[in-house]
Design a protein. Structure first.
Length: 241
């Protein structure tokens, strides 16, 4: 909970903004409220005091426009004798428990804001997830086969190296142009290494499947089967590296 003086300073600012426009946007309210005044009790108190001053809080731009139009109409009708009208033109008030603005701010006050350490932790989780995704894709035979197809397309000029390799953002255009051929050579050499490793892996997979069928029913796997398993696993990792 905030102290009395701090809350009064906040209310003075909000009242000044609200009385000038006769309403506040949700963004304005969010921007003005300090972190130590985001508890449900503080938010409820601020909203009640704004309502008591006839300052409404608009949930979005559409509501702000509607409220502004209503205020303009009210100003035009000030000259009309309200005693002669049998109409209630006052805006209906929402039940406090169903008011979307009140509900949003209450929930917003419950959720703690991220600290610097929290931001770093989330960034690391995102990075780990990206690495896992890249590894899973790179170990997929479909991805490897598409990469080999891409190498053939690069050699035949179907695609340019600029469409395939992401150049460093800080590199100047002239430097990129000078290194385009070098990047192409590096890329093709890398794809060729993957091609050879993938061919060896396919051969190893076939041998492993054959050996597994031959040793089916045996109590313990033979040395050859164990060697093929290790070899196949190593080649799969090399393809994905």
């Amino acid at each position: 909970m905030a102290d009395y003086d701090e809350k009064e300073d906040l209310m003075d600012r909000l009242m000044a903004i609200g009385k000038r426009k006769k309403f506040l946007s949700l963004d304005e309210l969010h921007r003005e409220m300090p972190e130590n005044m985001m508890s449900p009790e503080d938010i409820e108190d601020v909203l009640e005091r704004l309502e008591g001053a006839n300052i409404s809080v608009a949930e979005n731009d559409a509501q702000m426009l509607e409220r502004a139009q209503n205020l303009a109409l009210d100003d035009e009708e000030e000259s009309v004798d309200e005693d002669d009208l049998d109409l209630d033109l006052s805006a209906g008030t929402l039940d406090k428990s169903n008011d979307p603005v009140r509900l949003y701010l209450r929930e917003m006050g419950i959720v703690p804001l991220l600290t610097r350490e929290g931001e770093v932790a989330i960034a690391k989780r995102i990075e780990r997830g990206q690495i896992k995704t890249q590894k899973a894709l790179s170990r997929s035979p479909i991805a490897v086969e598409r990469l080999l197809e891409l190498g053939t397309e690069l050699e035949n000029g179907v695609h340019s190296i600029r469409e395939t390799v992401i150049f460093a953002e800080q590199a100047e255009i002239s430097v990129e142009e000078d290194k385009a051929e070098e990047y192409l050579r590096w890329t093709l050499e890398g794809i060729e290494r993957i091609k050879k490793t993938y061919a060896a892996a396919v051969k190893s997979w076939a041998a492993l499947a054959k050996e597994q069928a031959a040793q089916k029913g045996k109590a313990k796997p033979g040395k050859k089967l164990l060697r093929l398993r290790r070899q196949t696993a190593r080649l799969r990792l090399e393809v994905a590296a």
